[in-house]
Ligand binder design. Structure first.
Ligand SMILES: Nc1ncnc2c1ncn2[C@@H]1O[C@H](COP(=O)(O)OP(=O)(O)OP(=O)(O)O)[C@@H](O)[C@H]1O
Ligand SMILES: [Mg+2]
Length: 264
């Protein structure tokens, strides 16, 4: 458990504002976001007017029943899908009005995405996997490797640098995937059930890593079904039918989670 968990927030507001930003601008702003899949009789309103801001240092857990829109929210926040209406602002840039080229650059530079099944490239070592997005972004191979090794060292994973994915455990692969998502200047990390394929102890170590990166200034969204993983977050946002139905600070989360967890 992180140090912060011993210092719970005291606010009792049911719909709290994000924690003090210290005058910093949000890393991510979702404004009146909607997403409709299909049309006519098969129309699905996956998101219905989502508003959410994340400031540097914040980790927000998103919970909700299957089909409530969690993955849709994350893919749109990461620029992997486009909203039907609304805006997505990442570090003061509206990615919904960016050109495909600008968007690709934003994804390489500002946004890190962690998938449930790690998605490391099997033919590349841990260091090469982490270096790849930087090289694609024009960083020299040599500098990208130095950055990758620094990211691994920062996470205490330097011994894995030259291992291929099939030579690592699931938890090690997922931690390497988090390094890849955060290398360079990317300060927004979006993780869709990153612990889904892991046992609970390994899941905790992945969450500890995500938490430490947020404590160091990144902002993160964690989609999870597990209340014990959501407990690492500063806020928990509950989605139902594409809308935010409840939002709580961690100090209030326990009672809310015990009420909602049974339905998730
Ligand atoms: N490409 C698509 N085409 C049509 N409908 C879709 C598409 N993607 C998602 N949906 C629908 O949008 C809604 C939200 O889906 P989403 O994947 O965001 O849910 P989720 O909360 O991530 O669920 P889970 O917990 O099962 O991963 C669901 O009703 C789903 O069927
Ligand atoms: Mg999902």
């Amino acid at each position: 458990m992180s140090d912060k968990s011993q210092q719970p927030h005291q606010s009792q507001q049911p719909y709290p504002e994000p924690r003090s930003s210290g005058g910093q601008s949000p890393v991510l702003q979702l404004q009146e976001l909607t997403r409709v899949h299909g049309s006519g009789a098969t129309e699905v309103h996956a998101l219905r007017g989502i508003n959410l801001s994340l400031f540097p240092g914040e980790l927000v857990a998103v919970m909700g029943p299957s089909g409530s829109g969690k993955s849709t929210l994350l893919t749109i926040a990461g620029g992997l899908d486009t909203p039907t209406s609304g805006r997505v602002i990442v570090e003061n840039t509206d990615i919904t009005s960016a050109t495909p080229k600008q968007l690709a650059a934003m994804r390489r530079r500002s946004i890190g995405y962690v998938f449930q099944d790690y998605n490391l490239i099997p033919a590349l070592t841990a260091a090469e996997n982490i270096a790849l997005p930087r090289e694609l972004d024009g960083t020299s191979a040599r500098k990208a490797r130095v950055e990758a090794l620094a990211a691994l060292t920062e996470m205490g994973l330097e011994a894995l640098a030259d291992r291929f994915p099939d030579e690592m455990s699931g938890g090690q692969q997922q931690r390497v995937a988090i390094c890849r998502a955060l290398v360079g200047d990317r300060r927004l990390v979006l993780a869709d059930e990153p612990t889904g394929a892991l046992d609970s102890e390994t899941g905790e170590s992945v969450l500890a890593l995500l938490r430490s990166r947020c404590d160091a200034g990144a902002a993160g969204i964690l989609v999870t079904h597990e209340p014990r993983f959501a407990a690492w977050a500063d806020r928990v946002v509950f989605l139902r039918d594409g809308a935010v139905v409840d939002q709580t600070l961690r100090s209030d989360a326990e009672s809310l989670l015990s009420g909602q967890a049974a339905e998730l």
